[in-house]
Write a protein that binds this ligand. Structure first.
Ligand code: 13P
Length: 311
């Protein structure tokens, strides 16, 4: 059943968080929906402009519609992640429950202006809007933000931003970054800043981008099978995620973990069985591994068993 994130956040605030998983492929959509149905977990299906450029919006939408039929008990929202106005206005007219306007790289006033314009178009159609304040570093799809350009969310600006834009949730920059190279400098999640933001915006849903845990064993295995990923980085720990929920994080964005998993499964598979060439065989393995990873993530976020309570 498709549901607005507004309802999901009302249920989960302060108690658990909803995993928002970026999907590009059929295998990832199967992995996500099968995990959500199996563990009775509400989820957010996230589609980025890069995913739409890769698979085409209609193809992704068709796969999500099919997944709803294959996994009918799933409770989910359909969200456009890191949208620009061009994609947002299309998504608003195409059954998405929510969109993110990412104007975080603009100055404060421009961010407000662009976010407000999106809110004004989305709200009359009952579509909720996530905005971002503060800048995350890292690599995601077509974005590559150098760490020198990243800065934390200013808690006092957060309240002004939300009041003036009327956005429905706010992505905050509190030390995470996109991609596989988080916390290379060893700083980690800045929970004291998150706490200050929550004090300014009590009860208001906050979003954590860059939430993958970047499993060190997965990275080591990828490198063992020929990969060349830096091994000094680490992601957000389970403990940090649990603490963040207490400070108002309702939505936890995950893309890198299922990408690393794809790389691990396929590198290992084709290295060990170089005579094979059928994508279906490792594809099945990947779907199963994706399902397992996400079931575990839902448990960490405390969201397992909560979907049926919403219907
Ligand atoms: P990760 O790169 O940590 O998976 O974060 C994804 C994300 O924030 C998508 O918007």
């Amino acid at each position: 059943m498709i549901m607005s994130p507004k309802i999901l956040f009302k249920h989960c605030y302060g108690k658990y968080a909803i995993a928002a998983v970026n999907v590009f492929t059929m295998e990832q959509i199967h992995g996500l929906f099968s995990a959500a149905e199996y563990s009775d977990t509400p989820v957010i299906v996230q589609i980025t402009p890069a995913a739409r450029n890769y698979a085409q919006a209609q193809m992704l939408f068709g796969m999500v519609e099919a997944a709803v039929k294959i996994y009918p008990k799933t409770v989910f929202a359909l969200h456009l992640d890191h949208g620009t106005e061009e994609h947002i206005f299309d998504a608003i007219n195409n059954k998405y429950t929510s969109v993110m306007i990412d104007a975080s790289h603009d100055d404060f006033e421009t961010n407000i202006k662009r976010t407000k314009a999106v809110v004004n178009k989305a709200h009359p159609k009952k579509i909720v809007v996530e905005a971002e304040l503060g800048v995350l570093s890292g690599v995601e799809d077509d974005m590559n933000i150098d760490s020198s350009k990243a800065f934390y969310t200013n808690p006092r600006q957060a309240i002004e931003f939300v009041e003036r834009t009327k956005c429905d949730s706010l992505a905050v920059a509190v030390g995470t970054s996109h991609g596989a190279y988080k916390f290379s400098g060893g700083k980690g999640l800045q929970l004291h800043i998150l706490k200050e933001i929550q004090e300014q915006l009590p009860g208001y849903p906050l979003v954590l981008h860059g939430s993958s845990s970047v499993n060190k064993n997965d990275v080591a295995e990828i490198n063992f099978y020929g990969g060349k990923l830096a091994e000094n980085a680490s992601g957000v720990t389970d403990e940090e995620l649990k603490q963040a929920i207490g400070y108002g994080i309702c939505k936890v964005n995950i893309a890198t973990d299922i990408r690393l998993l794809w790389t691990k499964v396929h590198r290992k598979f084709f290295t060990e069985q170089p005579e094979l060439f059928d994508p279906v065989v490792p594809g099945k393995e990947y779907m199963k591994a994706c399902k397992e990873l996400l079931i575990n993530k839902f448990e960490v976020l405390g969201a397992a068993g909560k979907a049926s309570l919403m219907i």
